[in-house]
Write a protein that binds this ligand. Structure first.
Ligand code: 8YV
Length: 332
């Protein structure tokens, strides 16, 4: 008999097909999120679980899943999973690094450029017929934005995605500053990046890109004090997690002109709606789509499947998060 895997959202078919060869597969078929009580019921007889960021995977889930041996998160981040609890119980946790790095870095740049050059405002002006109504071909003071080429970018969090954002900044002739928990001498050399304290980085950057994981240390790492350190011509881009920024402080900063604008892909809770924030003109907003390319999403599905299949074959999965779990239980 094949082991059973439950997938909490319809991931791309390539991953599901790979899994079908080795597992009995059930997929939550609806677009809406799986209700908590249904999830708790579904996990009762599963050996493996594929989860999304929006699901809290904690002791209660594990208590309901006596056969569960592995959780494959369909994301690089895993702040939705109680890793300590999983490890204690000998449950393997995997994520999807690398395959989404370039897509996410491209999207940071999409937000950066769209915010700097007011693309969304300009698009509505054109599409709504306002341009035609005005009856003027152009005006030297319309849609003035901020220069990007040759400016200074400050990247907070210099892991795979942060460095990929920096790699792109090289093509824009930028000075590259970064801040992270540990210094990265090799990346400094490769990317000609300068390590700065968070305060220095905020003071000196024209664009600040957040690329840190959400942890106790990074929760509200950008608040009123930090936003006040930024230049009033600077733009903040968040492709990390909404809770890294204090939303109230950000709204104040955008309204009162402490900073020039923000490009946001992530919010303190998701889905999110905030009239005060969403009515501002100097923000560009996306519904958490940093990794939403055909290539990245298929890569994520394949990696999820490879992790589960490798584990089933008694080997350590390629992108295991809780490495210490091998001391608690052997894979398989
Ligand atoms: C999510 C992400 O995976 O990988 C992450 O950590 O934030 C995104 O790529 C995506 O929204 C699906 O949950």
């Amino acid at each position: 008999m094949k082991p059973k895997v439950f997938i909490t959202r319809a991931i791309p078919e390539n991953g599901i097909e790979m899994l079908r060869e080795h597992f009995e597969v059930e997929v939550w078929p609806e677009e809406r999120e799986i209700p908590r009580e249904v999830l708790l019921e579904k996990v009762r007889d599963v050996d493996a679980l594929v989860t999304m960021l929006s699901e809290r995977i904690d002791a209660e889930v594990f208590d309901n899943a006596p056969r569960l041996r592995i959780v494959a998160n369909y994301a690089v981040g895993y702040d939705n999973i109680d890793i300590k609890e999983a490890t204690r119980r000998g449950i393997y946790v995997t994520n999807t690094p690398d395959v989404l790095t370039d897509a996410t870095a491209d999207f940071a740049w999409t937000l950066l450029l769209a915010t700097a050059r007011r693309l969304i405002e300009a698009d509505s002006f054109t599409r709504s017929g306002e341009w035609k109504r005005r009856g003027v071909a152009w005006h030297p003071r319309w849609f003035l934005g901020y220069d990007v080429y040759g400016k200074t970018i400050g990247i907070v969090g210099f892991g795979r995605i942060g460095q990929a954002v920096a790699r792109r900044a090289r093509g824009f002739g930028m000075r590259i500053l970064y801040n992270s928990r540990t210094r990265k001498p090799e990346a400094e050399k490769e990317l000609n990046a300068e390590f700065k304290s968070l305060n220095e980085l905020l003071r000196e950057s024209d664009f600040v890109v957040l690329a840190v994981p959400l942890t106790k240390e990074t929760y509200h790492m950008i608040g009123e004090r930090e936003l006040k350190l930024m230049k009033n011509t600077a733009i903040l881009v968040n492709i990390a997690r909404g809770k890294v920024v204090d939303t109230k402080a950000l709204i104040k900063a955008l309204k009162e002109g402490w900073i020039a604008g923000a490009g946001l892909d992530v919010y303190k809770e998701e889905p999110y709606y905030n009239e005060e924030l969403f009515s501002l003109k100097n923000v560009v907003l996306a519904p958490h789509i940093g990794s939403a390319t055909y290539g990245a999403r298929e890569g994520m599905a394949e990696l999820v499947a490879r992790n589960l299949i490798t584990f089933k074959n008694g080997e350590v999965p390629p992108t295991l998060v809780n490495k210490e779990v091998v001391n608690v239980r052997k894979p398989g």
